[in-house]
Design a protein around this ligand. Structure first.
Ligand code: NAI
Length: 252
C-alpha cells in the first residue's frame, strides 16, 4: 500500500534540492503533486524528469501574495483538492557579520523565508482538505545561532512561530502543521554557502561543516524527504505543532 494514495500534495521550492527529492518521493508513494518554484527553467526540467503523469507545475515567487493565490488556484484547478503542503522554498543569503549585514539582503531573506512561508500558510491551509498535513522547512539554524547567517537564522526561528499559530488555528479542521530542521544537506544551497565561506577552497569549508556533525557527513536530500513523507502520511496522524530535527547528531 502506497503511503500517499489518493492524496494531492503541493511542494514549493520543487525545482531543486530537498523540494525536488520530496516531490519525487511523494509521487512514488501515490500522490498527485503540484510543483511550485520561481526558477522556470529548472522547474520545467524537473517536471520533464519526474514525468507528466500525476504532476502539474506553477512558476511562482512564494513571497508575492498574488502568485501564492495563483499557485493555490492552479492546484485546485488541476487536482480538485490539497491534502499535503510542503512549504519549503527558501534562500540562504550571503554571509556577513551582524554589524555589517546589508539591509536589502536582510529584507530579501525574510521576504522569501518568512513572508513566503506565512503567505503559503495563509492561503493554502484554508483551502486544504480536513485531515491534511502541512510541513514547513526550517533548519538547525531555526534552533541555534550561527555566525554570519544572521538573516537566515532569524528567518528559520520565525517560521516556528508561524507553525505553532497555524497548528492551533487549523486544528479544528484536523489539519496538522510541523517544522523539519535539517542540518547541512547535499544541495545547491550548501555548495553556495561553502563557496561563500571559503571561495579559495570549498572542500575545506565542507570538511569544516562535516566536523560539526557527529555522523560526519551531510544528509542527502532524500533522507530529509523520508522525514517529510512520514509527517505527510497518516502514520503521523497524532503529531502536530512540533519541531523535527534531522541533523546527524549536530544538535546533540
Ligand atoms: P536549493 O537552493 O537546492 O533549492 C531551493 C529551491 O527553492 C530552488 O529551486 C529555488 O529556485 C526555490 N526558490 C527560492 N526562492 C524562491 C521563491 N521566492 N519562490 C519560489 N521558489 C523559490 O535549496 P535546498 O537545500 O533544497 O533548500 C530547501 C529548503 O531547505 C530551504 O528552505 C532551506 O533553507 C532549507 N534547508 C536547507 C539545508 C541545506 O543544507 N541545504 C539545511 C536546512 C534547511
Amino acid at each position: 500500500m502506497k503511503r500517499l494514495n489518493d492524496k494531492v500534495a503541493l511542494v514549493t521550492g520543487a525545482a531543486a534540492g530537498i523540494g525536488r527529492e520530496t516531490a519525487a518521493i511523494f509521487l512514488r508513494e501515490g500522490a498527485r503533486v503540484m510543483l511550485v518554484d520561481v526558477n522556470e527553467e529548472a522547474l520545467r526540467a524537473t517536471v520533464e524528469e519526474l514525468g507528466k503523469l500525476n504532476t502539474a507545475y506553477c512558476v511562482a515567487d512564494v513571497s508575492d501574495s498574488d502568485q501564492v493565490k495563483k499557485y493555490v488556484k492552479e492546484t485546485l484547478d488541476a487536482f480538485g483538492r490539497i491534502d499535503v503542503f510542503f512549504n519549503n522554498a527558501g534562500i540562504e543569503g550571503n554571509s556577513y557579520p551582524m554589524a555589517e549585514y546589508p539591509e536589502a539582503l536582510f529584507d530579501k531573506v525574510l521576504a522569501v523565508n518568512v513572508k513566503g512561508v506565512w503567505l503559503g500558510c495563509q492561503h493554502v491551509l484554508p483551502a486544504m482538505s480536513e485531515g491534511g498535513s502541512a510541513i514547513i522547512t526550517s533548519s538547525v539554524a531555526g534552533l541555534k545561532g550561527m555566525q554570519g547567517l544572521g538573516a537566515y537564522v532569524t528567518s528559520k526561528h520565525a517560521v516556528i512561530g508561524i507553525m505553532r499559530v497555524a497548528a492551533l488555528e487549523f486544528a479544528d479542521r484536523k489539519i496538522r502543521v510541523n517544522t523539519v530542521h535539517p542540518g547541512p544537506v547535499n544541495t545547491g544551497m550548501m555548495e553556495r554557502i561553502e563557496a561563500d565561506v571559503s571561495p579559495e577552497d570549498t572542500r575545506k569549508a565542507k570538511q569544516g561543516f562535516e566536523a560539526m556533525i557527529p555522523l560526519n557527513r551531510y544528509a542527502e536530500a532524500g533522507e530529509i524527504a523520508d522525514l517529510v513523507l512520514f509527517l505527510a502520511s497518516d502514520e503521523s496522524r497524532y503529531i502536530s505543532g512540533n519541531t523535527y530535527v534531522i541533523d546527524g547528531g549536530m544538535m546533540a
